[in-house]
Design a protein around this ligand. Structure first.
Ligand code: SER
Length: 314
């Protein structure tokens, strides 16, 4: 069985992806690494402390576990990145270059996430195409565009099998996001359950592309399992599932919690959200490796509330 390393396994996506990879490949074959302590739910297999900017430490872990496949998820997200732009750039870029270098050595396949943050105010907002004007305004977006070009470069120049998706906002209930502009769509569920008023940091009509975590994890694994010859885009694929604004998700949750209240208090994250697309054209992913989302806003809301009510999470 091949050995897999997840970098940033303590994060929102990393936690759920590690759980899923362990059910598929066996818990001993998936090494969870993070600079912080990881969630209890992934302490049932190998865990390593790792600062992904430390190339030597990374190489040692790859050697120790004879890692063949790396999922590199560690990054500073859009909102948090604006508080310390130079650090966000250093972390996001240097860690990616460290991982790509391993692709020239022993690692056979690499996954690295990009984001809708690669787009900017000059990008067509509706059904944003796979190939279009980008010009992002956040340091996170700049690092993702540059990262996409590095992935394509390592693939074409050195034959590294690196694959990537431009995630929309990811919504799950098993792990918390940190520092993103789309995080409100996760936080809103816990406030509804606690019976508290939700203070939304985006305006009511701010429409953004979003995706349920189950779809995101499945997309990631399907992309990694696709035949290499099917992967024509070596920068990063657009993928889509649903688009909504805060008032849409609020209305949906209110059908389950009729007293639920929301207050709109847009802050600096509004400008970031306004620079991103409303919806995404993911036809290249659909055509090339049969991507298809399963969850829309209604199905996702029902699934999350059902799971939270039965107490899957504290
Ligand atoms: N969800 C991320 C963020 O808001 C975008 O990739 O930063």
């Amino acid at each position: 069985m091949k050995k897999i390393l997840v970098i940033g396994a303590g994060g929102q996506l990393g936690t759920e992806l590690t759980i899923k990879l362990r059910t598929i490949f066996g818990k001993d074959n998936v090494v969870a690494s993070d600079i912080r302590d990881v969630n209890e739910s992934i302490q049932d297999g190998p865990v390593e402390k790792l600062d992904a900017m430390d190339a030597k430490a990374l190489r040692e872990i790859v050697k120790k576990h004879q890692v063949e496949e790396v999922y590199h998820l560690a990054a500073i997200l859009s909102a948090k990145g604006e508080n310390n732009p130079r650090f966000a750039w250093d972390l996001n870029m240097n860690s990616l270059l460290n991982v790509l270098e391993l692709g020239r050595e022993s690692v056979k396949k690499i996954y690295w996430p990009s984001s809708i943050a690669v787009f900017g105010p000059d990008t067509p907002k509706d059904m944003t195409p796979q190939f279009t004007v980008m010009n992002p305004t956040t340091v996170y977006g700049i690092s993702k565009v540059a990262g996409e070009r590095w992935c394509a470069y390592y693939h074409h120049k050195y034959g590294v099998d690196v694959r990537s998706l431009r995630y929309p906002g990811l919504i799950g209930y098993k792990s918390l996001p940190g520092g993103g502009t789309t995080d409100y769509a996760v936080d809103i569920f816990s406030k509804a359950l606690k019976g508290e008023t939700f203070q939304c940091f985006l305006g009511a009509d701010t429409e953004l592309p979003m995706m349920y975590m189950e779809d995101a994890v499945r997309a990631t694994i399907e992309l990694m399992q696709a035949d290499s010859s099917a992967i024509k885009v070596r920068s990063s694929y657009n993928i889509a599932a649903m688009s909504f604004a805060p008032r849409h998700i609020y209305d949906k949750i209110k059908t389950h919690f009729t007293d639920f209240q929301i207050k709109y208090e847009p802050d600096y994250r509004q400008e970031i959200a306004d620079s991103w697309p409303n919806s995404i054209d993911d036809s290249a992913a659909q055509e090339q490796w049969n991507w298809q989302a399963k969850f829309d806003l209604e199905k996702m809301t029902e699934d999350i509330l059902m799971n939270l009510r039965v107490g899957v999470v504290d």
